[in-house]
Design a protein around this ligand. Structure first.
Ligand SMILES: Cc1cc2nc3c(=O)[nH]c(=O)nc-3n(C[C@H](O)[C@H](O)[C@H](O)COP(=O)(O)OP(=O)(O)OC[C@H]3O[C@@H](n4cnc5c(N)ncnc54)[C@H](O)[C@@H]3O)c2cc1C
Length: 479
């Protein structure tokens, strides 16, 4: 299903794009690559739905720009992941249509320094970042850390630059929260040194696109540490969780999306909120109306048009091993895809010294840990691309051809789109009206229908199963 496009495949498409058109087409993921370009007077701000967007003069937003067309990760004329990976890893030992070019893939965890205990998964991301610092391979790590004691209007998390292993460790954990790179890129430009940067796939792609055009960034960003990604969430996810736990957004002092408990399965996510009054609230995602990741609550619209699950352009990427026996192991286990030979050498050495525990796996294993993500980004994307769209047409490695799908599967993909679209709006309206119930009532209903369709839950789920079985039976009887 995956096809490879070269720039010539885009013949006839526009070489210049206005930032405003990308935003209006729902293709802006808020990464800040546009605002980070030299000479650009734009800044990244949260919109009313809690998603980063560029803010600048009307002229800039409306002005077609070739630089933007080359740097925006969702631009149809920018280099795609295959092209960027071919440039960065020309001699990769292996290549797979799902996980891209790579040297080796592993399942495992960091076995020293508390990295596993402090990390969301197996702690390998923070371990590699700290090891790069320890070996002097980088001077600093740009990653996403909490805002200390946020005040009204502050974001809860943002990119910051750590220069010691202790700072890297303190910034561990996954933030399912909007972030942007423009300030970090400005800091990298202004302070000489070698940097490692963590990021979800489209953010790493944005950095690769910028670096391809900018020698200074190319020299300074030495390592790209990718995170597998299901989709990006708006700030509303954290606010809604808090709301449902009786904490007003302004009362949040600290937020942990995934607390760790070695006695519980790793995939039973539990959020914990530290309150300004010193109290604490915690709840399993499962008991929150928008805690079913697959339903797509508060997803950025651009994520509907992404085909990279495992950060194919990163030197190394990290995800969760969502397969048994690892998924049930509450201590957390990573899947790691290595693409850069220096990182491969570093991991081999550390494994021999017993500092990390890694078992080699193949591309099928990596794919199986992310099966749902790949369905959504490949089969689901092909179906979404085949539908009519206005504005900028995304140009993906997946062909815009509707795959042969059961009606119920299409319904699942459609519901995800609708839930992500309406969750932003319903939450915003409920906030305006100070009526949390309005959002939670809607979300409960939407979730019920989604789970009936996707997981055969409840009476509606059973009814849909029966209808499907009857339709199949009729189909089988036909001559
Ligand atoms: C939005 C999002 C969606 C994800 N979706 C999936 C998925 O579908 N499947 C899957 O297997 N894994 C997914 N992950 C990755 C997963 O949650 C873990 O981050 C990953 O397994 C690494 O765990 P670790 O224990 O090695 O990392 P840790 O040792 O906990 O370190 C994580 C590092 O990443 C940095 N970081 C945290 N959040 C962000 C962010 N938003 N942007 C950039 N850097 C960040 C932290 O500062 C820290 O340096 C997602 C992560 C994010 C942020």
């Amino acid at each position: 299903m995956l096809r490879s496009l070269s720039p010539s495949s885009f013949a006839g498409s526009e070489a210049a794009l206005a930032p405003g058109r990308i935003v209006r087409a729902g293709l802006c993921v808020g990464c800040g690559a546009c605002a980070a370009q030299e000479g650009v007077d734009a800044r990244m701000v949260l919109d009313r739905f809690g998603r980063f967007k560029p803010e600048a003069s009307r002229d800039w937003l409306a002005e077609p720009s070739e630089d933007l067309a080359r740097a925006c990760p969702f631009s149809p004329v920018a280099r795609n992941e295959d092209e960027l990976a071919a440039m960065r890893f020309p001699n990769a030992a292996r290549s797979d249509a799902r996980i891209g070019r790579f040297e080796a893939a592993y399942v495992g965890y960091a076995d020293e320094g508390g990295f596993r205990e402090n990390g969301s998964s197996g702690g390998m991301t923070s371990w590699v970042a700290a090891e790069l610092l320890r070996r002097g391979l980088v001077d600093a790590v740009a990653h996403v850390t909490p805002t200390a004691h946020p005040q009204k209007g502050d974001v809860l998390f943002g990119y910051s630059i750590s220069r010691t292993a202790a700072e890297v460790s303190a910034g561990a954990k996954s933030r399912y929260y909007p972030v942007e790179l423009s300030r970090t890129i400005a800091a990298i430009r202004s302070t000489p040194g070698r940097y490692a940067v963590t990021g979800v796939p489209c953010f790493i792609k944005a950095l690769q696109l910028l670096s391809a055009e900018d020698e200074l960034l190319r020299e300074r960003i030495a390592f790209y540490l990718g995170l597998f990604c299901g989709h990006m969430k708006s700030a509303a996810l954290a606010e809604s969780f808090a709301w449902q736990l009786g904490v007003a957004p302004d009362e949040i002092d600290a937020f942990d999306f995934r607390t760790k408990d070695a006695r519980r399965p790793a995939n039973w996510y539990r959020a914990r909120i530290g309150c300004k009054d010193g109290g604490e609230r915690a709840q399993d995602w499962w008991h929150l109306v928008d805690g079913d990741w697959g339903a797509g609550f508060f997803q950025y619209p651009a994520c509907n048009f992404c085909d990279d699950v495992v950060a194919e352009t990163a030197d190394v990427s990290f995800g969760d091993a969502w397969l048994e026996p690892y998924a049930s192991d509450g201590r957390g286990t990573n899947v790691v895809v290595v693409r850069s030979p220096p990182i491969q050498a570093l991991l081999r050495e550390a494994a021999a010294e017993g500092r990390v525990r890694l078992e080699e796996v193949d591309a099928d294993f990596v794919h199986a840990t992310q099966a749902a993500g790949f369905r959504q980004r490949r089969e689901g994307l092909a179906w979404r691309l085949s539908r009519r769209r206005f504005g900028v047409r995304p140009n993906k490695r997946v062909a815009a051809q509707a795959p042969p799908l059961r009606a119920r599967r299409k319904l699942v993909y459609r519901q995800r789109e609708l839930i992500s679209f309406w969750s932003h709006r319903m939450f915003w309206l409920a906030k305006r009206l100070r009526a949390p119930w309005l959002y939670t009532a809607w979300a409960r209903l939407a979730l019920g229908v989604y789970q009936a369709c996707a997981h055969s839950r409840g009476r509606l789920g059973r009814l849909l199963d029966q209808i499907e079985a009857a339709a199949k039976g009729r189909g089988a009887k036909r001559p």
